[in-house]
Design a protein around this ligand. Structure first.
Ligand code: SF4
Length: 237
């Protein structure tokens, strides 16, 4: 599936960004700033968040924060005990094992539980370092470098973003998570700041939650004229 370029500015990521931003501002007002965590906290948060409803992952995250005074305390807890605490997040057993293994690995490699040293790395190098950790894929690595106090300009692509990009035809429908991440990252223009990319993630995710979900409501979608999937669905093109 390809974009209908007659409707587009040259960069589909930018076109989608501004359309969703305009629609959001018209209805809800300007976007604000997020709470910023240190990188380890953001990593735990991002792992819990994967393919899980936001209210459920936030509850699990708050439970861990309330139960342990430091991530080093959590490092000494068995994966089974972590899994019990974070239920009912999706894949709780896997996520518990990944969080535990990642904390141990960071401590082993750095002698302390801190990722602040990544501030001296390029975005690509910081993400590559993180993706060598157990359970850290492209979405978690981008979330850690962008949303945390590291504040680097990385595009965060979650399952909503992947689904929408595939329906729009920006990436191939059978592309892997990593291929989608890399293809979309290449579309990010140099002028987009860390804040712009946080807003972009929020806007696309919210679009996926409210309009372009598994049974998309294409008739009300502000991207419909760009989207052959949506136009076929509504108008039979
Ligand atoms: S037109 Fe439909 S499929 Fe395309 S982006 Fe909008 S909601 Fe999703």
């Amino acid at each position: 599936m390809q974009f209908d370029l007659a409707f587009m500015e040259p960069n589909p990521l930018v076109e989608v960004h501004f359309r969703l931003l305009k629609a959001h501002v018209r209805t809800h007002g300007p976007l604000g700033r997020w709470i910023t965590f240190d990188p380890i906290t953001q990593m735990v948060h991002a792992v819990l968040d994967g393919r899980t409803r936001e209210d459920i992952s936030k509850r699990a995250f708050r439970k861990l924060c309330g139960r342990f005074t430091s991530w080093d305390d959590l490092r000494h807890v068995s994966p089974d005990a972590i899994a019990y605490l974070i239920q009912p997040v999706t894949f709780a057993d896997n996520k518990a094992a990944q969080i535990s293994a990642a904390l141990h690995r960071i401590h082993y490699l750095r002698g302390a539980l801190s990722l602040d040293f990544l501030a001296g790395y390029s975005v690509e190098a910081a993400r590559a370092w993180l993706e060598a950790l157990p359970g850290v894929g492209p979405k978690v690595s981008a979330a850690v470098v962008n949303f945390s106090t590291l504040g680097m300009p990385a595009l965060v692509v979650d399952s909503h973003y992947q689904r929408i990009a595939k329906r729009l035809g920006v990436v191939a429908s059978k592309a892997s998570d990593r291929a989608v991440d890399r293809s979309l990252a290449r579309l990010v223009p140099g002028w987009m700041t860390t804040d712009d990319l946080q807003h972009n993630y929020f806007l696309v995710k919210r679009h996926g939650q409210t309009v372009c979900h598994h049974s998309p409501n294409c008739r009300v979608c502000v991207l419909k004229d760009l989207c052959l999937f949506g136009r076929r669905r509504c108008d039979g093109f």
